[in-house]
Design a protein around this ligand. Structure first.
Ligand code: HEM
Length: 512
């Protein structure tokens, strides 16, 4: 009786609900199409490569390798060209120093269409935050990279590197080439955990770090694929797909790792002795800063803010340096003459000592030039995105209105032949003081530039110098011609098939 009465009401409700969904869907689609039209019209004066009616440029980039494809487009379209991921998400892709300066010197916000994909994973940490909250967090965290804080890290970098090099000694004995990328990644994560998150020797937890490391590898791949696949752009649809569910699972693994790190440090802070130790330290480490931070009213960072910053630094602090170190070693294998000169310099600096000290870092001039040249050809972060908060006029008179999306293609900027003659040639002398002095300040941007540049760049450079010098003192690196790396962007620059190198131990007396 009751069901018979209810059924017409239910079917009417169902009808209303379907109607509402249709109307909302239609409104959303209209908004998206209007926005597309606005973005496309804004880029009218910028010719570019033909677009696929559904995929934009995404398909072509996936098929032919996005990095070199963009470099070839950059030859065809000087300064900039439109770049579409699907039909609804379009950027002006720029790769010219004056264009980069026009946008990146101003501190426009990050493009939410890209950076919102990070939210589920790293939350609103420094990388994604905007406005006064970003400013407040940046000011809070900058002392964590003070040079007095960075000084003792030199020894930590060296210790973590030695563990990796001992492992490599065994692998090298087999006489075959092997992929160095993974080992470098675990070493970089170990260093970061010890430096930034204060993990002591006894706290080393290989299996937990290992799951985190693998989760990050998944997350960066999935995020890049999401960005380039229009069907995954909408959150609601994405979380229903197997791809989205894989992303959520990997996030869970990453969050378990960060939660554990925070829990352990909070527990240590309960201990009075530990608290005294921290108070007596002249400079706090990154995690101390976050846990002790209070605003003028004594309010501490919320748990969500704390977790977001830990997640952000945990990812940014190891994946980027892993890429930097691995591609640097690849360059050394590719150019034995430069490898030899870096090794000689390191030997000379070290003399009879068995490890580097802080003052040594400034003396590594040739190695530093080689690191910068490898950053130029293999920038660990190949692309960054902004949304204009106000109109911009470029040097050639073309303009873009507020709301337009910008992609700075660092990889193509670093291969722009108007600034870098013979861009494919590895020439460290491009970074000699005389050559740097005459160059456009926005021609070389591995750490981005302007107010949203990398907060960890000094940490990264120090780590790169210590790790690479120790590697070169222990081994001679050469290529495996049967397995050349295939460059790919997964937020950071990686190789699809790893970086396979032959390592020849140099034996005692080589500075080990
Ligand atoms: C070779 C190593 C590194 C490279 C090439 C690099 C590159 C970059 C780039 C290009 C950006 C700008 C990102 C954007 O605009 O979307 C950035 C931002 C950032 N980096 Fe790095 N990074 C490196 C190492 C590190 C390290 C070691 C840390 C931390 C320990 C770190 C923490 C951050 C953070 C927190 C931001 C966001 C800063 C902000 O927006 O205020 N990075 N990095």
């Amino acid at each position: 009786m009751v069901p018979a009465l209810l059924s017409p009401i239910l079917s009417r409700l169902g009808l209303w609900a379907s109607g509402l969904i249709l109307v909302l869907g239609f409104l959303k689609l209209s908004c998206l199409l209007l926005r597309r039209q606005k973005l496309a019209r804004a880029m009218d004066s910028f010719p570019g490569p033909p677009t696929h009616w559904l995929f934009g440029h995404a398909l072509e980039m996936q098929q032919t390798g996005s990095l070199d494809k963009v470099v070839s487009w950059a030859h065809q379209f000087p300064y900039a060209h439109p770049l579409w991921f699907g039909q609804l998400l379009g950027f002006l892709n720029i790769y010219e120093p004056d264009y980069a300066k026009a946008v990146y010197s101003r501190g426009d916000p990050k493009a939410p269409d890209v950076y919102n994909f990070f939210l589920q994973w790293i939350g609103k940490g420094l990388l994604v935050l905007e406005g006064s909250k970003w400013f407040q967090h940046r000011k809070l965290l900058t002392p964590g990279f003070h040079y007095d804080v960075l000084k003792p890290y030199v020894a930590v970098f060296a210790d973590s590197t030695r563990v990796m090099l001992d492992k490599w000694e065994e692998k090298a004995r087999e006489g075959k080439s092997f992929d160095i990328f993974c080992d470098v990644g675990r070493m970089a994560l170990d260093s970061l955990m010890k430096c930034t998150f204060g993990r002591g020797e006894s706290g080393l937890d290989d299996s937990r770090d290992s799951s985190y490391y693998l989760a990050v590898r998944d997350l960066t791949l999935l995020m890049q694929q999401r960005l380039e696949s229009f069907q995954y752009h909408n959150d609601f649809i994405y979380w229903l797909t197997p791809h989205g569910r894989r992303f959520l699972q990997a996030c869970q693994v990453a969050h378990n790792h960060t939660d554990q790190v925070i829990r352990e440090r909070k527990a240590a802070l309960q201990d009075e002795k530990e608290q005294k130790k921290i108070q007596n330290r002249r400079h706090l480490d990154f995690l101390d800063i976050l846990l002790c931070a209070q605003d003028e009213n004594g309010v501490k960072l919320s748990d969500a803010d704390l977790r977001a910053e830990v997640d952000t630094f945990m990812f940014e602090g190891h994946d980027t340096t892993t890429s930097g170190i691995s591609w640097f070693l690849y360059c050394m294998a590719l150019y034995p003459e430069h490898q030899r000169r870096c090794r000689e310099e390191a030997c000379e600096i070290l003399g009879d000592r068995d490890s580097f000290q802080w003052d040594d870092l400034g003396k590594m001039t040739y190695l530093t030039m080689c690191i910068k040249e490898s950053f130029r050809l293999y920038p660990p972060v190949p692309q960054v995105y902004r949304q204009l908060s106000k109109p911009v006029s470029f040097v050639d008179g073309r303009c873009l209105p507020a709301g337009s999306l910008i992609s700075l293609h660092i990889y193509a900027l670093h291969r722009n032949s108007t600034v870098w003659p013979d861009p494919e040639v590895f020439d460290p002398l491009r970074f000699s003081p005389e050559n740097v002095a005459g160059r456009h300040p926005f021609a070389f941007m591995p750490f981005s530039a302007g107010p949203r540049n990398c907060i960890g760049q000094q940490f990264a450079l120090n780590e790169m110098k210590v790790v690479t010098a120790l590697c070169l003192l222990r081994f001679e690196f050469s290529l495996d011609p049967t397995r050349p790396p295939i460059k790919t962007t997964q937020l950071v620059l990686r190789s699809k098939n790893g970086i396979h190198l032959h390592l020849k131990p140099l034996g005692p007396g080589s500075g080990k």
